[in-house]
Design a protein around this ligand. Sequence first.
Ligand code: FUB
Length: 338
Amino acid sequence: SDAEVTNQIDIQRAKELKGISEPLVTHMYTADPSAHVFNGTLYIYPSHDIETNEPMNDDGDHFAMRDYHVFSLEQPQGIAKDHGVALDIADVPWASKQMWAPDAAEKDGTYYLYFPARDKAGIFRIGVASSQTPYGPFVAQDDYIQGTYSIDPAVYNDNGDYYLYFGGIWGGQLQRWHNNELSDERYPAENEVAIKPRVAKLTNDMISLAEQVREITLLDEQGQEILAGDTDRRFFEGPWLHKYAGTYYFSYSTGDTHKIVYATSDNPYGPFTYKGVILNPVLGWTTHHSIAQYQGKWYLFYHDSSLSGGQTHLRSIKMTELIHQADGTIKTIDPYEQ
Ligand code: FUB
């Protein structure tokens, strides 16, 4: 499969390439870093990668994670403090396996951890857990958030309105959802509009959807919707939203073309117009990021598989400065020195 081939190539490349930044955590494998600044401290909410006997396949069965740890940093690139287990799958009544990329949000002094996992029927759903501290431990709701599906939640706080972005194709199962109903697996043809990422506003209590899940339209520079065959630009997984100078930036992974790209809009629901590449491919099949401002500078949080010698399911989180240029575009980052 594509996953295996990429992994074999990467083991060779891992020995040769020098990263522009070092792993923030080295005593365990971590991935999918969602970063937020709470009370002046930088917190990172990553996946916790583990060794597994599961087969490596295009559904991502080899990503068999079972818990989350939260990390905090007192300065950029500083030592990441491990706050221990924040949530274990054994304490999530509805979940069966695969605790994938999480995110967190704060409201009125309570912290919420949003996370995907397969339910007992094997369908990915998004759950929520809460804590009185940013680092947990978090207590999960008994059931997943009704109306959610697929993976990779990212919550954006727009002056007190909280938007839940989510979705991922292939292993993330978005191709099984049509008009918010679970159905057969259907991919569009290459010349049809690509599968769209999703968004819904959260209720005031942060644990339910306040509206029907909406699809997010992604346009190219000519105002045409991005097509399924445009694999360098179409949405694959890992949505993230940030705002800069009044503009909403929607960024995501292109999956099998291994890039982090972005599109902009004047509305958090979109439509978003494609602008360019934020991060060139990293070692390992997956690429997954977040963007946050800390101590006056913007940073990209990302992962690669350099520490594990290129093993695709054993990743390490990193951070590097992200530059918004004068015209609002983001400077493309190459993760390895030339
Ligand atoms: O970490 C498991 C999955 O791999 C994430 O949910 C995806 O975004 C990809 O990084």
